[in-house]
Write a protein that binds this ligand. Structure first.
Ligand SMILES: [Zn+2]
Length: 643
């Protein structure tokens, strides 16, 4: 989902310190004499993580017994734009890779969020406010009807409970066995579907539209968190074969590749696509004037578009009669943009997509699917495998931000599939963090590139209100300020881990090893925390406690600068908040020079007071903590002091 915020970038001017970086000064490693120490609750105490086992190891990696289910779908559906009714039938092939026999299969029916009896409707769940974007979860009037649930000739007993449904299998499905379930269903597409699916005139962006099997895993068994709107989705990986029948004047794009191009594309479009597949520059597959004249074409019948996708966790599609269609290629990946003729800002969108896919591929993990497509339209930003929905936008900056954000989700969580309904920080947060670098690459040399990197800290000042803030570990449905706790606070957290705690190389390697280890798998928060500690070679429980599992606040202070009889200057530093972080101390000397000392986190091992000693012979004229002002320090007034 889209954390639309960057429309109005602001620049923070930071003092620039020309200083020498010193890591050790004589006398700085002596034990504390005057600190009270941590009494019982040391911030370094271990976190209460899930017990490691042979499925998920103590090193945060998938173990030798790791398993996950495989769920393939064969779907045939028809969408009638005159009624906006979508009728489908699907065959779910469920492979039980778990070591347990299963007597039921649970389905997710997200479209039932729009049912008048849904929990969101009954409770009138308030909209999610995201800066300038509003996500309303009270879409009107429809929902999904299961017309038939069967295995072969046999109807299966089933019970719909809002956005989930329980299906009784005729016999328990043994470990390692496969079964097929057939479902016929009907749903009507709302105009505005909770920020995920919807339509604008004849443009359709369709998602979370078919009955999907819930994840069964080793952590929770069946993952049945109801869909209230805020959490996105958590799905198994599988293969899709989807046939969509629509009026023949529509152009369609979807998760997966078109397997019957001769039936749905003109020869000219196919030859332009061939050219695009050899071009780094965008090739118009449907030009602006063609799109305009296509608008006047009437349907003379229907067409069936057939798509196939492998190893994806969902399937979404979009269609309109009047799409412009640009395509290019990066490293064998077809980069596509679909937009209406009026959305002229989108002429740059293909380039933006190309740079985003290249950047994330080189930085994180190679993009694994044959195409990466983004569609302009009514949704305020939403991601599905191979396809993303992005709004029209009015500035290049805003367009790039949302576009690269939705593509960033191809990595978190489309490849590294954490549970979005539980841990927004592990997908929206990781993604917001990587998006900032993507903006810096695309807008290099532009003020927007400088503005974006300080945005999380600026937002901290605005959003992180003591006593009101919630821990980022809470699920999305329980967050009052998901924009902060799910997106920008995690981005600030990872930025500080990268630059202030571990250093860039050490952080990047650990983050990359986590990404590779869990690609196409289901990592938990415990797995991530263990993987980072093991790869970085540093216990970080203190860090995650402060940032993820509490609302601890940071307040580093210089509470004394004095000179001993022996001429040693003692600088007393205190951590007054519950959050601990390493400290950076700028020491100004009477001779006009300044030295910067970086004190590692172990400075707090003996308690919240640490004394730094400057050897005799140098006169200190003043000290400043966090001289670059990179920390969310609650009280900056106590960061400076003179003897
Ligand atoms: Zn998002």
């Amino acid at each position: 989902m889209n954390p639309r915020r960057s429309t109005h970038p602001r620049v923070v001017h930071m003092a620039v310190f020309a200083v020498a970086l010193l890591f050790f000064l004589p006398g700085s490693t002596e034990a504390q004499e005057d600190g009270p120490g941590w009494k019982v609750r040391s911030p370094f105490r271990p976190l209460d993580l899930a017990t490691p086992n042979t499925i998920r190891t103590g090193a945060g990696l998938p173990g030798p017994d790791y398993w996950q289910q495989k769920v393939d779908y064969r779907i045939e559906a028809a969408l009638d734009p005159s009624t906006n009714v979508l009728e489908g039938s699907e065959t779910i092939r469920y492979r039980n890779n778990s070591p347990h026999a299963l007597s039921v299969v649970w389905l997710k029916l997200d479209a039932n969020l729009c049912d008048p009896d849904s929990k969101s409707h009954v409770l009138a769940v308030p909209p999610l406010l995201f800066g300038e974007s509003v996500f309303d979860f009270t879409c009107d009037g429809y929902g999904m009807t299961l017309d038939r649930v069967a295995a072969g000739d046999r109807d299966l007993e089933h019970e719909v409970m809002g956005t989930i449904a329980r299906v009784e299998l005729p016999h328990p499905l043994p470990a390692g066995a496969r079964t097929e379930i057939e479902i016929d269903w009907t749903t009507a597409l709302p105009e505005y579907g909770y920020g995920r699916t919807g339509r604008d005139g004849t443009l359709y962006q369709v998602a979370q539209w078919y009955p999907r099997v819930a994840v069964y895993d080793d952590v929770s068994g069946w993952n049945l968190t109801p869909f209230l709107g805020a959490g996105e989705f958590y799905q198994e990986f599988g293969d899709f074969q989807v046939a969509l029948t629509v009026p023949d004047n529509f152009v369609m794009t979807a998760t997966g590749t078109i397997v019957n191009p001769d039936a749905v594309l003109t020869e000219e479009q196919q030859s332009r696509l061939e050219r695009a597949d050899a071009s780094e520059e965008a090739v118009a597959v449907i030009t602006q004037s063609e799109a305009r004249s296509n608008r006047d074409r009437r349907a003379s019948g229907t067409k069936t578009w057939r798509f196939a996708a492998e190893n994806v966790r969902d399937f979404a599609f979009a269609m309109a009669p009047d799409f412009r269609w640009d395509a290019s290629s990066w490293d064998g990946v077809r980069i596509q943009t679909f937009y209406r003729p009026e959305a002229e800002l989108w002429e740059e969108a293909n380039r933006m997509s190309w740079v985003s896919i290249k950047h994330f591929s080189e930085r994180l993990f190679p993009y694994p699917w044959p195409h990466a497509t983004t569609v302009e339209g009514p949704n305020d930003g939403m991601e599905y495998p191979m396809i993303t929905f992005v709004p029209t936008e009015t500035t290049r900056e805003a367009l790039y931000w949302v576009l690269t954000h939705e593509f960033g989700h191809e990595w978190y969580p489309m490849i590294v599939n954490s549970n979005e309904r539980l841990h927004p920080w592990m997908d929206e947060g990781f993604n917001t963090f990587i998006d900032i670098e993507s903006v810096e690459v695309y807008f290099e040399g532009d003020p927007y590139a400088d503005a974006i990197s300080v945005q999380p800290l600026e937002l901290w000042a605005e959003h992180s209100i003591g006593g009101r803030e919630q821990a980022m570990a809470l699920p999305p449905d329980e967050q009052h300020d998901l924009f902060w706790a799910g997106y920008f606070k995690p981005a600030l957290m990872l930025h500080l881990l990268q630059y202030e705690v571990l250093g860039k190389e050490r952080f990047d390697r650990a983050f990359s090893e986590y990404t590779h280890a869990w690609a196409f798998k289901h990592p938990t928060a415990s797995d991530f925390i263990r993987a980072m500690a093991n790869s970085a070679g540093m216990d970080l429980d203190w860090f995650w406690r402060g940032w993820v599992y509490s609302t601890a606040r940071l307040d580093q202070a210089v509470t004394g600068v004095s000179v001993t009889e022996a001429g040693v200057t003692e600088i007393r530093i205190e951590s007054l908040g519950e959050m601990i972080m390493p400290a950076e101390l700028a020491i100004d000397f009477a001779d006009g020079s300044t030295e910067v000392v970086r004190l590692p986190i172990e400075m707090w091992k003996l308690g919240p007071v640490y004394t730094y000693r400057v050897p005799a012979g140098r006169e200190v004229s003043g000290v400043t903590l966090d001289p670059r002002a990179v920390y969310p320090d609650d009280d900056r007034a106590n960061n400076e002091r003179a003897p």
